[in-house]
Design a protein around this ligand. Structure first.
Ligand code: 8X3
Length: 249
């Protein structure tokens, strides 16, 4: 069975994907910053499949590289990399944005994705096989008011995904992006720094995607036959037509 490494596996889309792939018996390397949650997850899913957990912050390039190098023999070969770790921090006009928020988004969504990929790509290149799925966003396709830097980070993911696909083409490595729109996760709670009332309002008056809906799409992408690469897939709930057009009840 294939081994899949998922970053940001302790919540949201990453967690739903971990659970779904566990039921399909994929071997899983689950990565996150929260040791407690990783331990819990291993206990929860460990009776369904083989799980290895790696605790790191994708922003720490040294630790990212060391941890991925440290994988035991039976988890060393990573067949599928799911670059899922990512966050939005703040929703402010550009002249009112916080430097800390900007750093967090660029460091996690862009540089973190690069660090993890840098640690995993060499073995895929050597084997001339592998599959990388970057979790982008509708924010990587359109820019919406106050989205500025978050949208910039996801546009970077969009460009980097294309760049990876081009450069890894000689090695038969599949590279694609799954770009979700509004998904009911703790995304808005992080964006609004724990203001759960404001966060919940984002998902009221319509039926948003659930993280399992996106996990399902990821499962679809990784279960295609080897000659099929889902290069770029955008998924929105039916109520959403674009980043700014949402039909509420
Ligand atoms: C998350 C979706 O609409 O907040 O990437 O940009 S949105």
């Amino acid at each position: 069975m294939k081994t899949v490494l998922i970053t940001g596996a302790t919540s949201g889309i990453g967690l739903a994907t971990a659970k779904m792939l566990a039921t399909e018996s994929y071997k899983l390397i689950l990565c996150g910053r929260n040791t407690e949650k990783l331990v819990e997850l291993k206990q929860q899913l460990g009776n369904q499949t083989n799980i290895y957990t790696l605790e790191f912050d994708v922003r720490d390039k040294k630790v990212v590289s060391e941890k991925i190098q440290s994988l035991p023999a039976d988890f060393k070969q990573i067949d599928v990399l799911i670059n899922n770790a990512g966050n939005a921090h703040g929703l402010d006009p550009i002249d009112k944005g916080s430097l800390e928020d900007w750093d967090a988004m660029m460091d996690i969504n862009v540089k973190g994705l690069l660090y993890v990929s840098h640690a995993v790509i060499p073995q895929m290149r050597e084997r001339k096989s592998g599959h990388i799925i970057n979790i982008g966003s509708t924010a990587g396709k359109e820019v919406y008011p106050n989205g500025n830097v978050y949208c910039g980070s996801k546009h970077a993911v969009d460009a980097i995904t294309t760049g990876m696909r081009l450069d890894l083409n000689p090695y038969s490595i599949r590279v694609g992006a799954v770009n979700p729109g509004l998904v009911h996760t703790n995304f808005s709670e992080v964006r609004f720094k724990g203001d759960s009332d404001r966060a919940e309002k984002v998902y009221q008056g319509y039926q948003p995607l659930e993280p399992e809906d996106v996990a399902d799409v990821i499962l679809f992408a990784i279960t295609r036959p080897p000659h099929v690469n889902i290069a770029d897939l955008t998924v929105m709930c039916t109520a959403q037509a674009s980043s700014t057009v949402l039909k509420k009840d």
